[in-house]
Design a protein around this ligand. Structure first.
Ligand SMILES: Nc1ncnc2c1ncn2[C@@H]1O[C@H](COP(=O)(O)OP(=O)(O)O)[C@@H](O)[C@H]1O
Ligand SMILES: [Mg+2]
Length: 251
C-alpha cells in the first residue's frame, strides 16, 4: 500500500532532568490518519506532541516531519496545534476572536504580500468552518468553553494545515458542544482530508472514531491499527483495566 508518512519517530527517548518520560518510542503517522492517543495522566502524551512539534528536543533518536528532521523543518504552517487548555494563554487577556486567530497567520514569504483585507477574509473563512462567523468581534474571554474551543480550532486551521494535533480538546466543554466538536473533526478528516492526532480521555469516542490508537504508559507506547473490529476496545481494556468495558460498549 502506498501510504505517505507525515511524521516518523524513531527510537526517541526524552527526560525532564534525570527523570525519563519516554523511552525508545517508535511511531509513524500517515496522511489521512485519525489517530487517538490515550494513557493515564503523566504518561507523556503532551510531551510526545511537543517533541513532534519541535517545542522539546529528544535526548535520543530522530523525528521527521514531512520527511525533514524536525530541527531543520520550517514549514510549520503545514501543522496545526491546539494546546492543552490549562496551558493556554490567559483568557482574561482582552483579545477579540479575530485577533486571536489572525495572530496565528503564518508570515511566510507568500504572506508577505498578503493584505490586511485578505487576512481578515481568511479569519472569517475559518470562523465559518466552525460556525462562529458572528463572533469575530467578541472578546475571547467572554465566550463559553465550547465556543472558545471552536475558536482555537479555527486558529489552528487558519494556515490550512495538512495535519492537526489536539491535546485534550474537550476538557471543560459540555456534552452537546463535545458532540458537535467531534462532528467537526470528522468533517475535517473526511471532507478536508486533514490528518488528525488527538490526545483524549474520551475513551468511548476514541474507540468509535479513530482509525489508529496509541496507548501510552510507563514510558512506552503501543500503537494499534484500525478500529474496524473489536480490537480497540480490547486494547483499551489492557491500558485502563476492565472498568472500561461498560463505557466503550455504551456507544
Ligand atoms: N516542564 C516539565 N518539567 C518537568 N517535568 C515535567 C514537565 N512537563 C511534564 N513533566 C512531567 O513529565 C511527565 C509527563 O508529562 P505529560 O507529557 O504532560 O503527560 P500527560 O500529557 O500524559 O499527562 C509527568 O510526570 C509530568 O509531571
Ligand atoms: Mg497532557
Amino acid at each position: 500500500m502506498n501510504m505517505e508518512k507525515l511524521i516518523s519517530i524513531k527510537n526517541v527517548s526524552f527526560s525532564y532532568g534525570s527523570r525519563p518520560v519516554l523511552e525508545n518510542i517508535n511511531l509513524d503517522i500517515y496522511r489521512g490518519d485519525y489517530m487517538g492517543i490515550v494513557g493515564p495522566n503523566g504518561s507523556g502524551k503532551s510531551t510526545l506532541l511537543k517533541l513532534i512539534l519541535g517545542i522539546l528536543k529528544p535526548a535520543k533518536g530522530s523525528i521527521k516531519v514531512f520527511g525533514k528532521s524536525v530541527d531543520i523543518f520550517n514549514r510549520w504552517e503545514r501543522v496545526g496545534y491546539v494546546r492543552q487548555k490549562a496551558s493556554f494563554f490567559n483568557l482574561g487577556f482582552p483579545a477579540t476572536v479575530e485577533e486571536v486567530i489572525s495572530a496565528n497567520i503564518h508570515s511566510g514569504k507568500g504572506l508577505f504580500n498578503t493584505s490586511v483585507k485578505r487576512c481578515r477574509e481568511r479569519v472569517y473563512e475559518v470562523l465559518s468552518h466552525v460556525n462562529m462567523e458572528e463572533y469575530g468581534g467578541r472578546l475571547i474571554g467572554n465566550l463559553s468553553g465550547g465556543q472558545q474551543q471552536r475558536v482555537f480550532i479555527a486558529r489552528a486551521l487558519v494556515n490550512s494545515p495538512e495535519v492537526l494535533f489536539l491535546d485534550e480538546p474537550t476538557v471543560g466543554i459540555d456534552l452537546d458542544s463535545q458532540r458537535e466538536f467531534y462532528c467537526l473533526l470528522e468533517k475535517l478528516n473526511v471532507n478536508m482530508r486533514i490528518t488528525i492526532v488527538m490526545v483524549s480521555h474520551d475513551i468511548g469516542v476514541i474507540a468509535q472514531k479513530v482509525n489508529r490508537i496509541v496507548c501510552m504508559g510507563d514510558g512506552k507506547l503501543i500503537c494499534h491499527q484500525n478500529s474496524s473490529g473489536e480490537m480497540i476496545p480490547e486494547v483499551l481494556k489492557k491500558t485502563y483495566g476492565d472498568w472500561i468495558s461498560p463505557i466503550i460498549h455504551d456507544h
